[in-house]
Design a binder for this molecule. Structure first.
Ligand code: NAP
Ligand code: GDD
Length: 351
C-alpha cells in the first residue's frame, strides 16, 4: 500500500526568538510542521536562539519562515494570519520579565495583555474556524497566596505585578473567546521553566552564570534580591512539549504545568554552588545577608535592594495532576538535571 500523503500542519509562533519559542520550533519541526515565526524589529541581532534553525545565508530550512511583526501592531498580526491561515498559533510573545514590568507597566500591558487580544480578535475577524490558539499563561497570576498549598486550575488569581495582571487579562480573554465565539483557545498555566537558553536577567541563569564566572575567577561576587522566594522550577524542553499536547487535546481547556517540587532561591544557590565545588556559608540577616566562600573567606553573594520587587510572589508550587491524567504529561527532567545542563552550557562558553 502506498503512503498516505498527509498535509503538513502549519503553526505560527509569536515569540520565536525567546527561550520557549526556540525550543518549540525545534520540537514542531521534528513533528514535521511548517513554522512561521514572528520576530520584532531590533537594532541588534535578536535571533541568537534560532540561528541554528534558520540559516539566513543559505535559506536551508524549507519548513521555517521568519516574518517581521509585533504584538503591539494589529495590522502586522492580521495580515500574517490572513496570509498563513495556520492550524495552530502559539502566543509566547510578551514583555516577560516581572521586575521590568514595574518600570514599564504600560508597555507590559500593551504587549502581554493586549497582544493576546489582538491575535484572538484577528482569528475572529478572519473567521479562522480551524485555527487553534495557545496562550502562554503564567503561575505569576496566582501571585499572593496565603497558604503554602500547591496551586491548580481552581486556585484563584491574585497577581502582584503588572506582568501578572496582564497575564490574567490574557488568560480571561482566551477563555472569553472560547466561550463567546467557539474559538479553540487554551491556556497553559506554566510554572517557572529554565534552560541554557534562559535570558541572563532571570534568577536561575544569573546565579549559574555568576557562580561559574566566580569559580573561573572572572567575577568577584553576585548581587541578588529576595533569597527567600520559593519557586517550582522545570526545564523548558519539557514544557514546550506540553504546549503542543494542550492543542492536540480533544477540547480547548486550561492546564497547570509544573513539577510540584518547591525550592527557595537560596536553596537553588546552595545546590548550584555545591555542584561547582564552591563551599558557601551564610552570615547576617536582611539586606546585610551575605554568602561567603568558606575556602577563601571572600564574599561571593551580596544583596542589593534594587533587585527587591515592590510586589513579590513568595510561594509557587504547581499541582499538575490534571495534565498528568488527561494529557499523559509529566516532567522528564529533575531540577538537578536542569542545573547541570545550565552549568555545562556556561562552562563550555569558556573552553
Ligand atoms: P522570553 O525568552 O522573554 O521570550 C519572549 C519572546 O517574546 C521573545 O521572542 C521576544 O522577542 C518576544 N516579544 C517581546 N515583545 C514582543 C513584541 N512586542 N512583539 C513581538 N514579540 C515580542 O520568554 P520565555 O521564557 O520564552 O516565555 C515565553 C512566554 O511564556 C512568555 O509569554 C512568558 O511571559 C510566558 N511564561 C514564561 C514562563 C517561564 O518561566 N519561562 C512561565 C510562564 C509563562 P525578543 O527576543 O526580541 O525580546
Ligand atoms: N530576576 C531576578 N534577579 N530575580 C531575583 C533576583 C535577581 O537578582 N534575586 C532574587 N530574585 C527572586 C525574584 O524576586 C523572584 O522571587 C524569583 O527570584 C524568581 O525571579 P525570576 O527568575 O525573575 O522569575 P519570576 O518568577 O519573577 O518570573 C518568571 O516566571 C514566571 C512564572 O512564574 C518569568 O519567566 C515569567 O515570565 C513567568 O511568567
Amino acid at each position: 500500500m502506498g503512503k498516505i500523503n498527509k498535509r503538513k500542519k502549519v503553526a505560527i509562533i509569536f515569540g520565536i526568538t525567546g527561550q520557549d519559542g526556540s525550543y518549540l520550533a525545534e520540537f514542531l519541526l521534528k513533528k514535521n510542521y511548517i513554522i512561521h515565526g514572528v520576530k520584532r524589529r531590533s537594532s541588534s541581532a535578536n535571533t541568537e536562539r534560532i540561528d541554528h534553525i534558520f540559516d539566513s545565508i543559505n535559506f536551508r530550512n524549507k519548513n521555517f519562515f521568519i516574518h517581521y511583526g509585533d504584538i503591539t501592531d494589529s495590522s502586522s498580526i492580521l495580515s500574517l494570519l490572513n496570509k498563513v491561515k495556520p492550524d495552530e498559533i502559539y502566543n509566547l510573545a510578551a514583555q516577560s520579565h516581572v521586575k521590568v514590568s514595574f518600570d514599564i507597566p504600560e508597555y507590559t500591558a500593551n504587549s502581554t495583555a493586549l497582544g493576546a487580544l489582538r491575535i484572538l480578535e484577528s482569528i475572529k475577524i478572519l473567521n479562522l474556524k480551524k485555527t487553534k490558539y495557545y496562550q502562554a499563561s503564567s503561575s505569576e497570576m496566582f501571585g499572593k497566596q496565603v497558604s503554602k498549598k500547591s496551586q491548580n486550575e481552581k486556585t484563584s488569581f491574585h497577581p502582584m505585578s503588572i506582568y501578572g495582571v496582564s497575564k490574567v487579562f490574557a488568560y480571561h480573554t482566551s477563555v472569553f473567546y472560547r466561550e463567546a465565539y467557539g474559538i479553540f483557545a487554551s491556556n497553559g498555566i506554566l510554572f517557572n521553566h529554565e534552560s541554557p537558553r534562559r535570558g541572563p536577567t532571570f534568577v536561575t541563569k544569573k546565579i549559574i552564570q555568576g557562580l561559574v564566572r566566580i569559580k573561573l575567577k572572572k567575577q568577584k561576587f553576585l548581587s541578588l534580591g529576595n533569597l527567600y522566594a520559593v519557586r517550582d522550577w522545570g526545564h523548558a524542553q519539557d514544557y514546550v512539549e506540553t504546549m503542543w499536547k494542550i492543542l492536540q487535546y480533544k477540547k480547548a481547556d486550561d492546564w497547570v504545568i509544573a513539577t510540584n517540587v518547591e525550592m527557595s532561591v537560596k536553596k537553588f544557590i546552595n545546590k548550584c554552588a555545591k555542584k561547582l565545588n564552591i563551599n558557601i556559608i551564610w552570615k547576617n540577616k536582611g539586606l546585610n545577608e551575605v554568602g561567603i566562600n568558606k575556602d577563601n573567606n571572600e564574599v561571593v553573594i551580596k544583596l542589593d535592594k534594587k533587585y527587591i520587587r515592590p510586589g513579590e510572589v513568595n510561594y509557587l508550587r504547581g499541582d499538575y495532576s490534571k495534565a498528568k491524567k488527561l494529557l499523559k504529561w509529566k516532567p522528564k527532567y529533575t531540577v538537578d538535571y536542569l542545573i547541570e545542563d545550565m552549568i555545562r552550557y556556561e562552562k563550555n562558553l569558556y573552553k
